[in-house]
Design a protein around this ligand. Structure first.
Ligand code: SAM
Length: 488
């Protein structure tokens, strides 16, 4: 298979000047197809178990991302029920290196300052084993809601999703994060092969030009400066772009370090195909020392698109640890929790600590244990959205279904991925009761008005409700796959 995406000639001439003898190998990659990648959701399944049940042929991307796989072109992983169940995220293989090198640890507080649509945030949440606190932010409202949808499908419980400008985050939180990731808005040259164009700050396709590269570099300097104020003493600041431009890579880092002597570049682990930063490419007048510690991923040296990653450490560890403001949310009143309690008693197993619940605009959340005060920040999600408190009843959220394990509900109805019931369910159709062949824990549960979980090969897919002799479909309308063959 070949590739028809041709990068602009001005860009190629610039890369020829920079790469010299290496240029021909680089330029040849534009005739080759880009790699398709899939990262397994280790919050739900191990990479080994997924590989065993995978309907697609998978090849490990390499040691740098143990949950990452390459797929062959013909696979259609986006439309498979396992995708709807959040078993994987479709991610370009080079992008998988970023969260891995950020290396977040369970229990830490991590901020992903430019997180939408969620490739790195889903990966960070998995590496943190969904503990501690992950703040996933995007300043674009529409993109922040796509981020929330992807994080919900991932099944996270410990994420706070915000829609704020980096400066609003800095003003609210201060230096409290163990790790801050700046996956910077950039000129997107690394995506030329895949998308055939550059992208603007919001990810939309635009024409590439050098003025835009310079404008991106200016924006990156501002974001990095603000991000640095959110890193706790001794914490890490990780910077990534998907562009080749030295102005946005080595120069952005050099410019930052020039004005932030309290940060230094650290040497991340180097895996096969990882290249070093190129100090001599930084703009004249900027300090070049240490820039070789940055990582460059090139399509002619690595099975992925162009990426740049820098890991920096805050060197001052003397100051006190985080000064998190205590959360000021009032837990809901007992009367407000009545419908939730009835729902939980009939539907769920396990502990659901009410002292961590938050009722906001009729929506009930289970906050993470490390919830922090968010002041006037625009919240998109806080922790796990349990559902909506409605007059006389509780409507469970899709997010709750996808964060559960099948054993955490009283009744789960399971089907294999290729069953017609799964196609019908994902298309929004009710399931006739006669078609429910799965062993039920108690058949009587089906004839009462009970919520139950539809699972695919044992993994939650969404809610249904036994009512009037059928299972009423509660798969969200906006996610339904409209296909004629989905009808039962
Ligand atoms: N981290 C994301 C992922 O892995 O899916 C991709 C992030 S994308 C490269 C950059 C993001 O930066 C966009 O979602 C965009 O809305 C956001 N952005 C645009 N301008 C920004 C700015 N001035 N400060 C911070 N973020 C910005």
């Amino acid at each position: 298979m070949t590739n028809d995406n041709k990068p602009p000639s001005e860009f190629l001439a610039k890369m020829k000047r920079l790469l010299g003898a290496e240029y021909d190998n680089f330029a040849a990659t534009f005739a080759q197809p880009s790699q398709v990648g899939l990262r397994v959701n280790t919050l739900k399944i191990t990479p080994g178990d997924f590989n065993t049940m995978s309907p697609f042929a998978l090849k490990p991307v390499g040691d740098y991302a143990p949950a990452g796989f390459l797929l062959d072109d013909a696979s259609k992983p986006g439309g498979h029920p396992y995708h709807a169940a959040g078993l994987y995220y479709l991610q370009e293989p080079s992008a998988m290196a970023v969260a891995q090198l950020a290396d977040p640890q369970p229990g830490e507080w991590v901020l992903d300052i430019a997180a939408a649509p969620g490739g790195k945030s889903t990966h960070l949440a998995a590496l943190m084993q969904d503990t501690g606190l992950l703040v996933a932010n995007d300043m674009d409202a529409k993109r922040a809601s796509i981020l929330a949808e992807n994080m919900e499908r991932w099944g996270t419980r410990h994420a706070l999703i915000t829609n704020a400008h980096p400066e609003q985050l800095a003003a609210q939180f201060g230096p409290v994060f163990d790790r801050v990731l700046v996956d910077a808005p950039c000129s997107g040259e690394g995506m030329f092969r895949r998308l055939g164009s550059a992208k603007d700050a919001k990810g939309a396709k635009v024409a590439w030009n050098q003025e835009q590269v310079v404008a991106c570099a200016r924006r990156q300097t501002a974001v990095l400066h603000t991000a640095a104020t959110l890193v706790k003493p001794g914490g890490r600041l990780v910077y990534a772009t998907c562009t080749f431009a030295p102005e946005e890579n080595e120069s952005s880092i050099a410019r930052f370090l020039l004005t932030h002597p309290d940060f230094e570049l650290i040497e991340p682990p180097r895996f096969a195909g990882f290249d070093r930063g190129r100090p001599s490419w930084a703009d004249d007048g900027l300090p070049r020392e240490g820039l070789e510690k940055c990582i460059r991923l090139w399509p002619h040296r690595f099975p992925g698109e162009g990426h740049f990653i820098a890991v920096m450490q805050h060197v001052d560890t003397k100051k006190p640890d985080r000064f998190a403001k205590p959360v000021r949310f009032q837990p809901p009143k007992s009367s407000e929790l009545k419908v939730w309690r009835e729902f939980a008693r009939a539907t769920l197993r396990g502990e659901w600590p009410e002292e961590r619940m938050l009722l906001k605009n009729g929506r009930l959340y289970l906050l993470p244990p490390d919830a922090i005060e968010t002041g006037r920040l625009k919240l998109v999600r806080y922790g796990l959205l349990l559902g909506e408190v409605r007059p006389g009843y509780f409507k469970p959220a899709h997010a709750l279904a996808l964060a559960l394990k099948a054993e955490e509900v009283v009744t789960a109805v399971n089907f294999p991925a290729d069953a017609p019931e799964i196609a019908a369910y994902l298309s929004g159709h009710p399931l006739p009761m006669s078609d429910v062949r799965s062993p039920m824990s108690d058949y009587r549960l089906l004839i009462t008005d009970n919520w139950l979980l539809i699972t695919v090969d044992g993994l939650p897919l969404g809610w249904a409700k036994a009512s009037g002799g059928q299972l009423k479909n509660h798969y969200p309308r906006g996610l339904r796959i409209v296909k004629a063959e989905g009808r039962l």
